[in-house]
Every structure is written in C-alpha cells, then in structure tokens.
Design a protein around this ligand. Structure first.
Ligand code: F3S
Length: 389
C-alpha cells in the first residue's frame, strides 16, 4: 500500500503513540483487502458505545486509546446502553450507569460528537454524495451508500475510530466505484401496508453478499431507513440500488447474474413467521431511531386516545429529533418512555423483559440474539393500536 511521507511519519510514531496505533490498524486492513492507498474522509461514525456490547475489556481499550488520541474529522457515536438523562427510569442499575459513563467520558475526551444515534444523518452528521466516510453502524452505512450516495464500508468500531483519528480510511470495497455495481436484481411485486421493514428483511436474505438492484421501489426516506436497516441485518451487504416504477433506470446492470421475483405472498409468509402471539412485555418502536417526522406521525395517530396501563412502551429516538418535536414527545410520553441515546437492542433489555414486539425488521434479527427476547413483528400502526384505547 502506498503511503504519503506524512503517513509514513505517523506510522513511525512521530506524531504520537495514538496516531501510530490508529494508522497501523488502517494499514493492516488495507493490506488484507488489497487497498492501494488511504483516502481522506469527511466524517466517521463509531459503534461499540454500549457497555452491554463492549464489556470491561472494551472500556479498557477505549480509555487507553482516548488518553493517546484525538479525532481529526467530524465523528459521532452510536447509541449507548442507556438514556444519559433517564437511565434510572429505564431500570438501569448504578453499576451499569457508572461503566457506561466511563465510555461516554472517554469518547468525549477524544473529541467525538455525543450524538449517540444510529441516524447521524438526521442528527447533524449528514455526508454529501461522493464523499468518502468511515461509518460503523450497519443501518447508517447502508443509508449513506444507498440514499445519500456517500461511500463507506461497514466499519468495525475500532477501524471507524482509527479512521476518525487519522481522517482517512483504506480505499477498498465500497470506496471503489467498480465495487458498487449490483449483481442480483429483485423485482418487487407490491408491498403490503407497513411491510417495508419485512421487505428489507427478505431482500437481505436473497442478496446474501451481493449488492441488490431492486426494481419497482418507491419509498420515503423514513422507509429507506427501516428497509436498509433490515436488509443489512439479514445480509452482509451495505448498499442497494433501486429503480422507481415508470422511470427509466440509469443503473449499470451489466454485472447482474440473477433476477429474482419477489411476490407479495413471500412478504406475507415472512410476516406470519415473525408474528408470534399477542403476549409481550414491551413494545419497542424506533429501530433505527425515530425521525422527527415519525415521532409527529405517531403522536397524531395517538392524539385523543388513552394509554393501556398494562403495556410497557419504548419509543427510541435521537436527542435531535426529540428536541425538534416537543409536542409529539409530550403526547408519546403519555403512552410510554421516549428514550434518547439508546435502543432496545444495545440497552440491557434482557434484564428487564422477556418478550418484545417491534415494527423493525432489524430488531427481529437482534432482539432474540443480543437481547435474548422472544421477538414479535407488528406494523407501526398495529403497535400504536395495541398500546392505546
Ligand atoms: Fe439503531 Fe439500535 Fe436499531 S442502534 S438500528 S435502534 S439496533
């Protein structure tokens, strides 16, 4: 891999131990994947911020690294294991909170932005088309590549942090235009109401490790958010391309090796398989984090209704969306907790609940594994109906 003279100096340790360790990691990754050079990035997004997922070893790594390094580009942090302000009302204990706050302080001392959201693109860290970035959160990388037109691989937490420190990442994978072409075409017949997350879930399974080109797809940005999150959860790919009905596509389809029809019946079968019964301890909405528009839409639906007292509800969102929609938040708080900085997967939900219903395709993958939950899928409207009377 070719390094500039400045990069060579960093590698020799002439700019400090932290920057040396960071560039060593980037060069090692570049060598593994055959990168020819490092490319400058406009932003980074770092995962591995919840004490639940990183544990004591993670805290030690982050604290040690933070004493030696500082970020050199805009960089934000993925959700934590708790709402920094309402941790007690979530049921988080003192020990967890103390450990979590050590991670918060370590990242802050490195200069990372405390967004604590998987939707940085809605909370101020929004790259432009054509910009190279180094993002770690899978749902955010797929949105950045597919909707915003930025270029990023699905980074690991340490490699995104290293990229944030150096301001560059190794140029391989989705940073190269020739690797951003689809190799499987998926023709979507139609999408039942509220089933976009399931479409992502099924498309991911079909795609596997191939970039899919989905025809006949008209989604809002919020729908792209939940579609991509589910697709990235059931596949290894961090990008999709799509064509709108009746619009001539300019997408290069020369590498497509398989065309698959996706009938509506397959989405219904998927829904049946994830539907379970109506018994749950928690209704969790906001995976990925709810946007301002989603908070407002849910509040409108619930306006004038009364909450069911026997139902725990979490609405997970970013602090930015929370601040943008005070009236909606006020309405939603009558029905449950509106939590920032965290989510149903990276919070220690397994210590509080056993059965969780959600409207998220991604949550259907991770609630049973990371959260040890019996997970049930319902559409957003079905959940709002279930929590109100
Ligand atoms: Fe975000 Fe947590 Fe889902 S990080 S995408 S809300 S699993």
């Amino acid at each position: 891999m070719h390094l500039t003279s400045k990069e060579e100096r960093i590698l020799k340790g002439e700019e400090g131990f932290g920057r040396q360790k960071a560039i060593e990691l980037l060069v090692a990754l570049g060598d593994i994947y055959g990168a020819k050079r490092l490319v400058p990035i406009s932003s980074a997004q770092v995962s591995g911020a919840s004490f639940k997922t990183v544990g004591d070893a993670g805290i030690k790594f982050i604290e040690d690294f933070s004493s030696e390094a500082h970020v050199s580009v805009r960089a934000s942090v993925n959700p934590l294991g708790m709402d920094v302000l309402r941790w007690r009302s979530m049921g988080i204990d003192e020990r967890f909170k103390e450990k979590q706050m050590r991670i918060v302080r370590a990242y802050a001392s490195m200069g990372l932005e405390p967004l604590y959201s998987c939707t940085p693109y809605l909370a101020g860290n929004r790259p432009r088309a054509g910009q190279h970035i180094a993002w770690a959160e899978s749902s955010a990388t797929v949105f950045a590549n597919s909707v915003l037109g930025a270029l990023t691989n699905r980074e690991g937490g340490p490699s995104a942090l290293a990229a944030a420190v150096i301001g560059k990442t190794a140029e391989y994978g989705l940073h190269l235009i020739e690797n951003r072409l689809p190799s499987v075409q998926i023709d979507v017949e139609s999408i039942p109401q509220g089933s976009v997350p399931l479409l992502g879930y099924v498309v991911g399974r079909i795609a596997g490790n191939r970039i899919p080109y989905i025809t006949n797809l008209t989604l809002t940005n919020d729908e792209h958010k939940s579609f991509g999150a589910a697709m990235a959860a059931t596949s290894a790919v961090s990008m999709y391309l799509y064509g709108r009905p009746g619009v001539r596509s300019k997408i290069d389809t020369s590498r497509i090796e398989e065309c698959v029809s996706l009938p509506e019946s397959e989405l219904k079968e998927c829904q049946d398989s994830l539907s379970g019964d109506d018994s749950w301890d928690l209704v969790a909405i906001g995976c990925p984090h709810c946007s301002t528009q989603e908070l407002r839409r849910m509040a409108r639906t619930l306006d004038g209704k009364r909450p069911r007292k026997d139902c725990n509800v979490w609405f997970c969102t970013s602090r930015k969306a929370y601040a943008n929609a005070p009236d909606a938040v006020k309405t939603l708080k009558r029905f449950g907790k509106v939590l920032c900085d965290t989510c149903m997967v990276v919070a220690p939900i397994e210590k509080m609940f056993k059965r969780t219903a959600s409207d998220s395709g991604k949550a259907m993958v991770y609630l049973p594994t990371l959260g040890k939950q019996r997970a049930t899928f319902r559409t957003t409207d079905q959940l709002l109906e279930a929590i109100s009377r």
